[in-house]
Design a protein around this ligand. Sequence first.
Ligand code: GCU
Length: 357
Amino acid sequence: MLEQIIKERGIPALPNIDNTDEKREYMKRILAEEEYGLPVPKPEEVTYEVKELENANYMTGNATLEEVTVKGKLLGRDFSFPFKFVHPTDKKNQKVIVQINFRYDCPDKYTPAEEIIDRGYSLAVFYYNDITTDNNDFTNGIAGILFPDGERREGNATGKIMMWAWAASRVADYLETLDFVDMDKLGVAGHSRLGKTALVTAAYDDRFKFAHSNDSGCSGGAIHRNKRGETVEAITRNFPFWFCPNYKKYINNEGAMEFDQHWLVAASAPRFVEIGTAVEDVWADHESEYLTCVMASEEFEKQGVVGFVHPDRYPELHEHMKDGHISYYVRPGRHFFSRYDWNKFMDFIDLKIGDNK
Ligand code: GCU
């Protein structure tokens, strides 16, 4: 059944390149050129300022909340942004999730920090507007550094999603300096536009072993071709600044794309990617997200791991298909980053690292 659907929707194959590294580089290059814009370079210098915000009074007293300010130089200019880092006070071999969020609060309605800590995870959260604002203003934050003279963005110019993804990598730089963090278990998670960002983060930075994209839909987890809900036309009309200008070539012309969103997931192979979605989020389109998993699987298998284990039909509610390196589920309800979603992600990670306490 799925083969027929994939054929009818005209979803292209992954690039026909034998060498794994070359193939990944090729997918990253095309996605950057045509959709998200060029990746932001690494900073020349970075330092961290760590401040303890809460200890004995945080949660039940078993977690510590710190604020880490990342300061550095990028293309010769100063940048800085803070993130919150919550970890159990008795620092141990830690699995950490980096969350790219809509607010700087922790806990937050999208961040059930206490449940996350209780499951043995640490959490690093940053606020995406602290990197650069979520609008067409390219004069602030990292955007202001990349486009210093307010120059017009053209062609493959970096979009905001790529800038937020860059910041997640800067958080990973810090985590790498801590001996109690286990980098083999590092995850990244985000919801909606920030779920798109989580996928981009993992595709471009292989220090992230697990990615969770929540309700990310168009330009995130969902195949473009014949997608329900949001399309390239709608997303580039409302949010052109998330992408590079080249992406507009595909307005009402998705069939002309050499790629589709399974390339983005395949660029994270052979690591672990989860696409979580909600049945009432028609704008995101959970079936098109499912097809992304189906189509990305081949690359994981080529690299010698189990890809996406799924039946030959569309998913049913609550089914958590997590036997391979790609995980997918569709839950009831709407567009929201819920406890249900977090638990699915942590179940997936625990299963893969053999930590089923
Ligand atoms: C809009 C947008 C989506 C995006 C969502 C969000 O609905 O059209 O693409 O995922 O906002 O980020 O909340």
